[in-house]
Design a protein. Structure first.
Length: 195
């Protein structure tokens, strides 16, 4: 981390409560929690927004779009964490392997590949999105709400990756250890994991 933060053992009040929530969710205190120690209310507000976006769309599509955005923004932390969710929560280890083998998402099924391309464009340069990009998603059966959901998922991820990478958070050892070395190497798209 580039800034001093509150150690778990020294946390009190809202920070202690936030740390406890994160530890309960992950089974350990993730490194990113320190990024929000000065402003736990911001972390909670973002969590509400993120859960609202995720809850309104297909979970698997949310993870595909999130991984695309994280890769585009070179966020090792979010790429790896959301690959874990795609594999474990959505039960799609094959998609994780496909993205690892071809980080453009082209090895995914046609609908997922289109979502991955679109999410990458939104994350890289949202002003470059044009009607043809949206029409491609429509041809793959996405409604206008589905398209908006992908954009919302990407936008939420851009906030989180910017905070984590801007403050120097590194992927947790516990999350990194959930993948073999070769697959993990394909997810290290920016800042390396913690030692």
């Amino acid at each position: 981390m580039f800034i001093e933060s509150v150690e778990e053992s020294a946390a009190t009040g809202e920070v202690a409560a936030y740390y406890a929530e994160q530890k309960a969710a992950w089974g350990f205190l993730p490194n990113y929690a320190a990024c929000f120690a000065a402003r736990p209310e911001v972390a909670r507000a973002w969590a509400v927004l993120n859960l609202t976006i995720r809850g309104g769309m297909d979970r698997r599509r949310f993870e595909i779009a999130t991984i695309a955005a994280a890769r585009a923004r070179r966020s090792t932390y979010c790429t790896t964490a959301h690959s874990t969710f795609l594999r474990d929560v959505c039960g799609d280890a094959q998609a994780v392997l496909a993205i690892g083998a071809d980080p453009t998402g082209a090895a995914l099924d046609p609908v997922d590949a289109a979502v991955f391309r679109f999410a990458t464009t939104v994350a890289t340069d949202a002003s470059a999105v044009d009607q043809a990009d949206v029409d491609e998603l429509r041809r793959h059966g996405l409604s206008d709400t589905d398209v908006a959901d992908v954009v919302l998922a990407v936008a939420a991820r851009l906030f989180f990756t910017s905070v984590l990478d801007g403050l120097g958070a590194q992927l947790d050892v516990q999350t990194a250890q959930q993948f073999d070395d070769e697959l993990l190497a394909s997810m290290i798209v920016g800042r390396p994991p913690a030692d």
